[in-house]
Every structure is written in structure tokens, then in C-alpha cells.
Design a binder for this molecule. Structure first.
Ligand code: SF4
Length: 436
């Protein structure tokens, strides 16, 4: 049995893809191991969304190639979005890499690993049909299972590399998704997250996203259902109806806003205006009281004036998200913005705007989290908390709104318990278990 070590970078789609890769390789007789030292094959499953991440992966691959002193026949591969994005230049930039493979090629991995070559092996064809039907991912033991329901993206926002590295949108059949969710519920998973680049544009030709949510809600044993990432323009009334109807759906949605300026949304080609976005937030809050909303924001995209940025600050202040992922714009080669738009906001201005928006959002998150203090809420326990202080171990889990709660009592992972919230920071709630 050849031993394989897989290291994953980037978003949850990549984590799910690594589970798929592990399954494909195990079926072909490989053994998946948790550390790189004894591996004969090392695969880095990568992200292309930020340049910084690409530099990190090349550095890591170079470091891992040092293991050839111990394992001369070690095969080192770079897989995923970065492999797709840099296919032409990677063999020169990282000559110690043997294999470069894009996200639609994983079925061919065993066959390609069986071939030996002096040259770097490249397989970066994008395949409009590939949905990895029939492969059950090998999931990490855990509380939440991820189910990929669609791949790729057809939206082509001007700043985004995803449609170029993950290809066009395609959906897994509803029957296959239901088969996987039933299996997971039978295995004891209480929470399932449906994954897709624009998850709510899902359609297999017969069942749309609203229909899928209703069908998954019927699966026996499933306690919590989440999905990520939806696109604001794909929240139809029928989808919102389904969110209100299906009791397992957790009241926590990620709505990437990116900018609060209509001119910037237009330049980004986001497909909605500020007033449409605002109406969506109001409707979700009206239909689902207590819902938590999170977002993505970009500071300093091409053409962003101080007035545009102020509109973003004003909208963030008005809509009061529970949390946000906030970034400075950096151009990605191959995108429309990189080819056709001037990256004309000076770096120092981008940094200053990012700091301003982070300061605003941190304050809002802190205030919203204080409203949880004194309440008792259901927590799905995930395990030992990652950050431990020196006194006693702490445990953590998530409330339906997706926020992390840390508490001192030892409880088995996958238990649903009640926790009384004692205090809160901008990012975390702290509480005590309530006796059953
Ligand atoms: S919707 Fe836009 S930002 Fe999201 S993956 Fe597609 S192109 Fe990228």
C-alpha cells in the first residue's frame, strides 16, 4: 500500500475535495496517513483566491521536497485551484513538484500516480460534466459533514478567479445528494452543510434549491442543516419560504455584500444593487426573527473613491452584520479586473480603509454578541477547545446561529446541550452547561 499525505488550503470546498481525493485514492489501494514524514505521495490541495496563499504553498512544497533525502521516490503534487491557475508557470517556479492537477481531474489521480515521468505531469482540463458522482468522500470524524451539491460558478464577478479555476456551474442530482445525506444521518452526523460556490443557484434540471432544502429536511435523524455560500441574487421568494418552513435549517446565512456602493457593485458585476440587497436582509429578518447574517467585504477595489467607501461603512453600520470577512483588494491574474481595470487605490489607502471597516465591524459584532449574554441556548458540541488556558480544559460547540461557544464542562462531541451564556467577545461566547 502506498502511503499518501494530503494537506488542504483555502475554503470549505477544498476541504470537501480533499475528502473526495482521499476516497478515490483509498479505493485504488492507497493508505491515507496524517503526517508527511513517512509518505510516498504528498498532495497539497490549494487555493488561488489570494496571492499570499500561493506563495505559502510554494514555500511549503519546497520544504516538503526536502523529505526526498529520506524517501527518494517521493511524489509531490500540487492540486486544486492554484494548480489550475498557475499551470503554465508552476513547473518553472516549483521544479521540485512532480504533478500539477486541477479540480476536475481527480478521478484520474490513481492512473497518473502510476505513471512515472521525469517531467512534471500536468492535468488541468476543466470538465463541464464532472460532479464526482458515485464517490463517497472519506470524511474526518466529526460533528458536521459537508456535502458538495454543485461545483463551479457562472457569475464571473470581475475580481474573482473562481470561474476560471473551478469551471462552469454544474449541480449534483438531488437523488445523489439525498442518498449521501441519508447515509450521513444513519452514521450519526447531526449536522450537514450543503456546499457550492453559489449554492442557492443549485438546480439539477428538476429540483431547484428550495426543493432540495425541503427534501433534505425530510431526512430522518438530521438535526441541523446549513449551506454555504449563497449568492444574494439567488435568494428567490421560494428559497426564503423554504428557509422558514424547514425546521432543521439553522438561522445563520452568509450573504457576501462586497461593497455598499452601487457604482462599485456594478464594477464588480455582482448582479444586485444596494437597495435589492437591503430588501433581502429585511425580508430574511422579517421571516426568520433572530437570524444571524455574516458577509464579505472588499476594501479598495478598482475605482473605489472615499465616497464609495463611506457608503460601505454606512451600509455596514445600518445592516449590522453578526460578523464579516474583510479583505484588501489584490488583483488576480486572469480576471476581468486584472485585464481591463486599473488597480488605482494606493496600497496605503486600502490598508487604512480595511482598518476602518474592521474597527467598525468588530464593534458591531461585540454589541450583537452581548445580547446573547444571560440567555440559554442549544449547542452542538464539537470537542476540546483549540485554545486552552493553563488552568483547566475547555470545550466548544456551535449555537444554531453558527457562533462558537466555549464552556468548561466535559461533554462528548456530537451531544446537543443547553448552555447559559455568561460573557462574550466580538468572536466568541463563553458559558456554562445547564444541567439536563
Ligand atoms: S459569485 Fe462571484 S465571487 Fe462568488 S465564486 Fe462566483 S465569480 Fe467568484
Amino acid at each position: 500500500m502506498r502511503r499518501v499525505y494530503i494537506e488542504t488550503y483555502g475554503c470549505q470546498m477544498n476541504v470537501a475535495d480533499s475528502e473526495l481525493i482521499a476516497s478515490i485514492l483509498r479505493q485504488a489501494g492507497y493508505q491515507i496517513i496524517p503526517t508527511p514524514e513517512e509518505a510516498e505521495v504528498i498532495l497539497l490541495n490549494t487555493c488561488a483566491v489570494r496571492e499570499h496563499a500561493e506563495e505559502r504553498v510554494i514555500g511549503r512544497a519546497s520544504q516538503l521536497s526536502g523529505l526526498r533525502a529520506h524517501t527518494p521516490k517521493l511524489i509531490l503534487g500540487i492540486l486544486g485551484c492554484m494548480a489550475q491557475h498557475l499551470a503554465e508557470t508552476l513547473p518553472q517556479r516549483a521544479p521540485f513538484v512532480d504533478l500539477v492537477m486541477g479540480p476536475d481531474s481527480y478521478r484520474r489521480l490513481p492512473q497518473i500516480l502510476a505513471e512515472t515521468s521525469e517531467e512534471t505531469l500536468l492535468d488541468v482540463r476543466l470538465d463541464r460534466e464532472e460532479d464526482y458522482l458515485g464517490i463517497d468522500p472519506i470524511r474526518r470524524q466529526g460533528v458536521n459533514a459537508w456535502v458538495t451539491i454543485m461545483r463551479g460558478c457562472d457569475r464571473f464577478c470581475t475580481f474573482c478567479i473562481v470561474p476560471f479555476v473551478r469551471g462552469r456551474e454544474r449541480s449534483v442530482s438531488a437523488g445523489e445528494i439525498l442518498r449521501q445525506v441519508r447515509l450521513l444521518a444513519a452514521e450519526g452526523y447531526q449536522e450537514v452543510t450543503l456546499l457550492g460556490q453559489t449554492v442557492n443557484s443549485y438546480s439539477d434540471g428538476q429540483v431547484d434549491f428550495a426543493g432540495l432544502l425541503r427534501a433534505v429536511g425530510q431526512v430522518e435523524g438530521l438535526k441541523r442543516l446549513r449551506f454555504t455560500s449563497p449568492h444574494p441574487a439567488d435568494f428567490t421568494i421560494d428559497v426564503i419560504d423554504a428557509l422558514a418552513e424547514v425546521p432543521q435549517i439553522c438561522p445563520s446565512f452568509h450573504l457576501p455584500l462586497q461593497s455598499g456602493s452601487d457604482a462599485q457593485l456594478e464594477r464588480m458585476r455582482r448582479g444586485y444593487t444596494v437597495s435589492q440587497y437591503r430588501a433581502l436582509v429585511e425580508e430574511l429578518r422579517r421571516r426568520l426573527p433572530g437570524v444571524a447574517l455574516t458577509t464579505d467585504l472588499i476594501a479598495g477595489f478598482c475605482g473605489e473613491s472615499e465616497t464609495d467607501f463611506q457608503q460601505t461603512l454606512d451600509l455596514v453600520g445600518e445592516l449590522r452584520f453578526d460578523a464579516a470577512f474583510m479583505f484588501k483588494y489584490s488583483p488576480r491574474e486572469g480576471t476581468f479586473a486584472h485585464k481591463k481595470m486599473a488597480d488605482d487605490v494606493p496600497e496605503a489607502v486600502k490598508t487604512e480603509r480595511l482598518e476602518r471597516i474592521i474597527a467598525l465591524q468588530e464593534g458591531i459584532s461585540w454589541e450583537i454578541n452581548q445580547q446573547q449574554v444571560g440567555q440559554t441556548t442549544e449547542v452542538l458540541v464539537e470537542g476540546l477547545s483549540k485554545r486552552q488556558n493553563s488552568h483547566a480544559p475547555t470545550y466548544y460547540g456551535r449555537i444554531p446561529q453558527g457562533k462558537t461557544v466555549v464552556f468548561p464542562q466535559e461533554v462528548a462531541a456530537n451531544s446537543l446541550v443547553q448552555v447559559h451564556i455568561e460573557r462574550a467577545t466580538s468572536h466568541t461566547l463563553f458559558g456554562d452547561l445547564v444541567a439536563a
